[in-house]
Design a protein around this ligand. Structure first.
Ligand code: ADP
Ligand code: MG
Length: 252
């Protein structure tokens, strides 16, 4: 098999990139797929959310990008059958600077994933906030496109224009297969007009890309990371869990 590779990106922090990467991955694995999550954020939230303590990680995505370690040496098991992790550690905070002088610096992740792609059905790359080299590496490796989570709490489209421009530039120069393959509306609160407005605005702008499934604001989703668990492990009956399960079904 050849993995389908997606990155989860939005330069804004706190829009549910990591929540979406981890929980979508958990439900894809539960549906019998072989899935890899790549944590590209120095905050290592995806690593923590999948139950791995970054302080105990010996070989991380940093070593793969910067020190030329084989990606399979960094593969880490998770509590979910069929779900592996390329973990991040704090080392990654220095990576942007260390990558800068490397020739092919935008393609380091793409190259590293090449050796793994036969093992997985899906690779989900959790990009950090911002549009620096780590994010660009994620976009360059995303052969099957980018999934953009949009928080239903801000008028979001203005913030997206910079991301969309970056996506175009990466497509022109680094990854001609890059496209917006999905937009996920997150943290929806049906009681507010603003949430409704964002949904309408985003659906109008991305009529084909926006998932029908909308992720509601749900307290269980925000609790699960403290327990190092996906929502599937932590609260499988919660509204947040049902939403991510539906998202995974729609994604498949
Ligand atoms: P990002 O990766 O884009 O920075 P996160 O996935 O870390 O965003 O989410 C930001 C915060 O919002 C986290 O504390 C997370 O637990 C919380 N969160 C994400 N999605 C939801 C949701 N649907 N309902 C409630 N809290 C959420
Ligand atoms: Mg994150």
């Amino acid at each position: 098999m050849t993995a389908r590779i997606f990155c989860i990106a939005n330069q804004k922090g706190g829009v549910a990139k990591t929540t979406t990467a981890v929980n979508l991955a958990a439900y894809l694995a539960a549906a019998g797929r072989q899935v890899l999550v790549v944590d590209m954020d120095p905050q290592a939230n995806a690593t923590t959310c999948l139950g791995v303590d970054p302080r105990t990680v010996e070989t991380s995505v940093y070593d793969v990008l910067i020190s030329g370690q084989q990606a399979d040496e960094a593969l880490t098991l998770t509590a979910h059958v069929g779900l592996h992790l390329l973990p991040a550690t704090q080392d990654l905070a220095g990576a942007e600077v260390e990558m800068a002088p490397i020739i092919g610096r935008e393609r380091l992740l793409a190259r590293a994933l090449g050796s793994l792609s036969g093992r997985y059905d899906y690779v989900l790359i959790d990009d950090p906030p911002g549009l620096g080299l780590l994010t660009i590496n994620g976009l360059t490796a995303a052969a099957d496109g980018v999934i953009i989570p949009v928080q239903c709490e801000y008028l979001a489209l203005e913030g997206l224009s910079h991301l969309l421009r970056t996506i175009e530039q990466v497509r022109d120069v680094l990854n001609d297969r890059l496209r917006v393959s999905g937009v996920v509306l997150t943290m929806f609160d049906g009681r507010t007009n603003l949430s409704q407005q964002v949904v309408q605005e985003v659906r109008k702008y991305f009529p084909h890309e926006t998932f029908h499934t909308v992720i509601p604001r749900n307290i269980r989703l925000s609790e699960a990371p403290s327990y190092g668990q996906s929502i599937l492990s932590y609260a499988p009956g919660s509204a947040g869990a049902l939403a991510y399960r539906a998202l995974a079904a729609e994604f498949l």
